[in-house]
Structures are given as C-alpha cells and as structure tokens.
Design a protein around this ligand. Structure first.
Ligand code: OGA
Ligand code: MN
Length: 294
C-alpha cells in the first residue's frame, strides 16, 4: 500500500495511511514518515494494534531511545519497560492510581502545555504514543504548532527573543500545580537545564518557539518578568488557530515532533475510567545551547 497523508488542520497534523507499525520498515518508508513529520509535525496512524516489542522496534527507526521517563520519583515500581513513558492512569498491577498517589500527581503535569523531556539537556525528538485503551469522554490530546506560532510573532518580538535562554525543570512544571514535596535526591535529579527559546529545525530550517511548562526562568531576567512573558508567549502559541485536538480511537498511533510542537492532555475522569497510553521517545540531535554537564 502506498503511504499517503491527509491533513487534519491548516498548520499541524495529518493522518498517515499505508504504514504497518508491526512490520520492519524500509529506508524509503522511514524517509516518507520523516518527510511527513517535517511537513505536518503530528502524524496519526489509525488501526495500529501493536504490542510493546513492536512499538520499540518501530521507534528505533527514528533515533536513539530516550529512557527513564517514569523514574524521576523515588520508589516507583514500573508497569512497563524502562524505555516506555507510562502515561496511563494505572499501577504495576493495572489498577487505577488513587487520588493522592504521587505518580498521579506527577502525571497531572501532562495537562499543562509542554514539549517532552525539555527538562533534559538533550530533549526529545519524536514521541510515539500508542492508544491501547482510549477514552472519548475527555482525554483528548491537543497539539500546538510552534513554527506557525513563531512565524506569527511581530518582528520586534522575534528580535527580542532570538538569543534568550530558559531554565527547564520538572520542579517548575510540577510546582505550577502545587506539587512541591520532593526529597533532596529527587530535587537533585530534577535540577534545571538550559534551552534556547528559539530553535531551528535541522532539516526544514524553520524556526520555532521552544516553550514548555517546564520553563521556570529566563537567564538574566527577574523571575516575575520572565514568567509573565512566558505566559504571554504560551497564550499566543496556543490560540485555536495553531492547535489540532486529537480525539482518540483505540489503536491510534500518534507521532509528534517535540522540536516543533507542544501538547497537553485534557481532563478526564481518571479515578473511574481506564486510559492505557504508552509512549516511546527518541532523542534530538543534541543540546540546544552549551551548558555545564549535569
Ligand atoms: C505524553 C503526554 C499525552 C496524553 O505522552 O507525552 O503528554 O494524551 N501524554 O496522555
Ligand atoms: Mn508529554
């Protein structure tokens, strides 16, 4: 079957058909998927009934795996292998997380607009999210196009932000929700890293805004001034004109480029409904700015 894309939105998102995620991909297939990603930033592949091994094998076509997403809280027993980000609402026995569970508190951070793993020196390239058990009553995933958002800025703002550098940490994103009780070891493992606010896509050469809930400071700026400005930019970048909202169907497989997008999951009744979503992630080319090794 030929690989085809069908846009879902004016700027961002397309459905891709003709790919079977369960099978090995040819170099041409990988090139076609990457070209689709460079153009649309988010691809939805429907009808991909895959297991964890198939998801991992497919993911490896797109760069080195980024592992350890669920190990930032101490004493967490993992339900999935370390190469997976478990973004379900389940514990290792497939029971729903209880209301005050710290893993649930951490997962609620996904309801804030973010780009994956910007709290790491080498942030994420692609995220690949498999909908094993999906929800329709809430639980949509929304994606915002950071290229279109950058393009729409006025020239003075583009000049002002060109060389700005931000601090990113899970402490900042979790702190926004009032989740602040961390051990010293957790705080140490979550110390901030630096990223440029404007980055250039290595293939398309397009500039985009590197925004994320993980931002807690702009280097050299007073914090309240920095955070009010970041809020303004977030508001600008997440206007409906830049956003595609994905309503999940079981076995959808959604790939997004974290270098050009932000995303968030919408509220749903996670105490009573099961949502089993499994993410694999690949690493981007390297740090966006020089910094001391963490
Ligand atoms: C993620 C994430 C969104 C969702 O997987 O990175 O933010 O819809 N999850 O669960
Ligand atoms: Mn995410």
């Amino acid at each position: 079957m030929p690989i085809e894309t069908h846009p879902l939105h004016r700027h961002i998102g397309a459905t891709m058909t003709g790919v079977d995620v369960r099978r090995p991909q040819t170099a041409d297939d990988v090139a076609a998927i990457e070209a689709g990603m460079d153009r649309h930033a988010v691809l939805v592949l429907p009808g991909q009934d895959i297991d964890d091994q198939q998801q991992l094998a497919f993911t490896r076509n797109f760069g080195p795996l980024q592992e350890g997403a669920n190990t930032t809280l101490t004493a967490t027993t993992l339900r999935l292998g370390a190469a997976f980000a478990d973004v379900s609402n389940l514990d290792k026995d497939n029971q729903r997380l209880e209301r005050n569970d710290r893993r649930r508190m951490a997962a609620l951070g996904n309801r804030l607009w973010h780009s994956d793993a910007t709290f790491r020196i080498v942030p994420a390239r692609y995220s690949l999210l498999s909908g094993r058990i999906t929800t329709t009553n809430g639980g949509n995933t929304e994606f915002a196009d950071m290229r279109a958002a950058y393009d729409a800025l006025d020239p003075a703002t583009k000049d002002e932000i060109e060389d700005l550098v931000c601090e990113h940490s899970l402490i900042y994103s979790r702190g926004q929700l009032g989740f602040t009780d961390f051990t010293d070891a957790e705080r140490h493992s979550m110390r901030p890293v630096l990223h440029r606010l404007v980055r250039t896509h290595p293939v398309t050469g397009r500039k985009s805004l590197l925004l994320s809930a993980h931002i807690g400071a702009i280097v050299g700026w007073p914090r309240p001034e920095a955070m009010s400005f970041i809020r303004d930019l977030m508001e600008h970048a997440t206007q409906p004109e830049f956003v595609y909202a994905h309503r999940w169907t079981r076995h959808d497989f959604v790939i997004w480029d974290n270098r050009t997008t932000m995303h968030r999951v919408r509220r749903f009744d996670d105490l009573n409904i099961v949502r089993d979503m499994r993410r694999t992630t690949t690493m981007s080319e390297g740090p966006t700015v020089a910094q001391q090794a963490a």
